[in-house]
Write a protein that binds this ligand. Structure first.
Ligand code: NAD
Length: 512
């Protein structure tokens, strides 16, 4: 049996792997992919993308505006005419080829994602594999995309079927950008839609690789178009374009509101996956060791830059002291370091502006009257980038800003509760409603709390473990609509009713 690679060797191997990739990136820059061609912006404008590790410029990126979006949307509209009619077998084959290409390049994608976003290699190593799984899962669902029902009445067969809605816009954020983009793009393509993708301006690198791989896999020109640029420019233009029939958006709640307004004149269908401030509720009868592992994992993995992170710990008063003591020790032991180092648990945050936002919550915690039990300041990490200490805030109350606002960093707020009713009240007293995690060995209570929590996804005695057929999405300010399995097709397709008469029903005779 092969011996596993020692961590120090893997760190060096990752650096060796990324160096030539970065050299090429710097030399070539990043263009849009419009109608199968890699192009500069019509204006010729560019912006720089920098690494959160050391601030080094990674690439000059095409800065898209309305005219670039128009070219991409026009290409997507033209390609839609044939892509929607490509049979499911061929579409399945092509999407599997994209998955193959992603798998073949998984290691390159992983190290580039680390350098572009600051996410630790231990989590990014599998990100491309999960992205390939998204393509395979929806490739295999191509055959079901048009499925409907027959609901016969006495004299008619009433058949429903689905047709792809048209060219769609996909707008994605910077946290785990490669995996997240495929999660939206794969079902859209499987449904028969064509796509204009606007990736986040803080993490454009792997989106350009996805565009390249999709082209190499043989998808027809114009089926996927990628336009880089800023939200208020390229993103806004995409949401306003009349040829684009729907917008799949992942990002902040405030941006979701703006997109809804921007899309109103053209009556865009929207699907929003937005922010969260998710509770993990630990009752005193839970398996506390497993609960502790899950609590730490769900806020300190992925730099806490995760919509489903359990950023509010609700701990039952009877066990609060002992649980928080163990939690404190674990948070103190977290390893902050270079994202390519496989032993790193927390890498640098995506951008200096985001670092400043996360750090501003240290003062908010103090002003709120809560206690910073661990962390509470920026961290001197390798490369001098946007590192922050993993932070634990205790003694918080439900109405405090640290208990209400999404920090989106390695920042956990601890609140305590008396009993089940108290836990539910605190958990729901917030504008968000994405996920909830409940730890208890009382199955009746687990089900009662699951029912009462105002959140789109609940995990009982588990951290977030994604299963692709299940509905993914939030309530309240955390989103509109669901992704996953057949739910994705409900968004990317129109349901159509076709009624067939048996030829026997009476038709009213007028004008006789
Ligand atoms: P953001 O809303 O600032 O940006 C997301 C995308 O929207 C970017 O591509 C940006 O350029 C674009 N954009 C910004 N303004 C726009 C506008 N006016 N019109 C059109 N596009 C516009 O979000 P972010 O900071 O990149 O990402 C972090 C946020 O994403 C967090 O709130 C997080 O919770 C959320 N998120 C949610 C989920 C989920 O599934 N619910 C998943 C991941 C991230």
């Amino acid at each position: 049996m092969d011996k596993p690679t020692p961590k120090a060797d893997l760190f060096q191997a990752n650096r060796d792997r990324v160096a030539p990739l970065l050299k090429t990136l710097r030399a070539d820059g990043i263009g849009h992919m419009i109608d199968g061609k890699f192009v500069a912006s019509i204006s010729g404008e560019t912006f720089e993308t920098k690494s959160p590790v050391d601030g080094a410029v990674l690439a000059s990126v095409a800065r898209g505006h309305a005219e670039d979006i128009d070219a991409a949307a026009t290409a997507a509209a033209l390609a839609f005419k044939s892509w929607r009619d490509i049979g499911p077998a061929m579409r399945r084959k092509l999407l599997h080829r994209v998955a193959d290409a992603i798998e073949d390049n998984a290691e390159d994608i992983a190290v580039l994602e680390c350098i572009d976003t600051g996410q630790a290699y231990r989590f990014m190593a599998k990100a491309a594999i999960r992205a390939a799984e998204n393509f395979r899962f929806f490739a295999d669902k191509c055959a079901e995309a048009r499925d409907g029902l027959n609901t016969p009445s006495e004299e008619h067969w009433n058949i429903s079927t689905r047709v792809p809605i048209g060219p769609v816009g996909v707008i994605t954020p910077w946290n785990t950008p490669f995996m997240l983009s495929t999660w939206k793009i794969a079902p859209a393509l499987a449904a028969g839609c064509t796509v204009v993708h606007k990736p986040a301006e803080w993490s454009p690198v792997t989106a350009s690789i996805l565009a390249k791989l999709v082209k190499e896999a043989g998808l027809p020109d114009g089926v996927l178009n990628t336009v880089h640029g800023f939200g208020e420019e390229a993103g806004k233009a995409l949401t306003e374009h009349p040829a684009i029939k729907a917008i799949g958006f992942v990002g902040e709640s405030a941006t979701g509101s703006a997109i809804m307004m921007q899309g109103a004149p053209t009556l865009k269908r929207v699907h929003f996956e937005l922010g969260g401030k998710n509770p993990v509720i630990v009752f005193d009868d839970a398996d506390l060791d497993r609960a502790l592992d899950a609590v730490v994992f769900m806020i300190y993995s992925l730099n806490g830059e995760r919509c489903t992170s359990s950023s509010r710990l609700l701990i039952q008063q009877s066990i609060a002291e002992q649980f928080v003591e163990k939690l404190t020790a674990r948070v103190k032991a977290l390893k902050v370091g270079h994202p390519l180092d496989p032993s790193t648990e927390i890498g640098p945050l995506i951008h200096e502006r985001h670092l400043a936002k996360v750090c501003s919550y240290f003062d908010v915690a103090r002003q709120d009257g809560a206690t910073i039990a661990v962390g509470g300041k920026a961290h001197e990490g390798p490369g001098g980038g946007h590192y922050v200490e993993p932070t634990l805030v205790t003694g918080a109350q439900g109405k405090m800003r640290v208990a209400q606002e999404e920090v989106f960093g390695p920042f956990l707020t601890v609140l305590s509760f008396k009993d089940e009713a108290d836990a539910i009240e605190i958990a729901n007293d917030i504008r968000y409603g994405l996920t909830g995690y409940v730890w208890t060995n009382d199955m009746g209570r687990a089900l009662r709390v699951a029912d009462a929590l105002e959140a789109g996804m609940i995990w009982l005695n588990s951290e977030n473990v994604r299963h692709l057929p299940t509905p993914f999405g939030g309530m309240k300010a955390s989103g509109i609509g669901r992704d996953g399995g057949d739910y994705s097709f409900d968004f990317y397709m129109e349901t159509k009713h076709v009624s067939l008469a048996r030829g026997t029903h009476k038709i009213q005779k007028l004008g006789i």
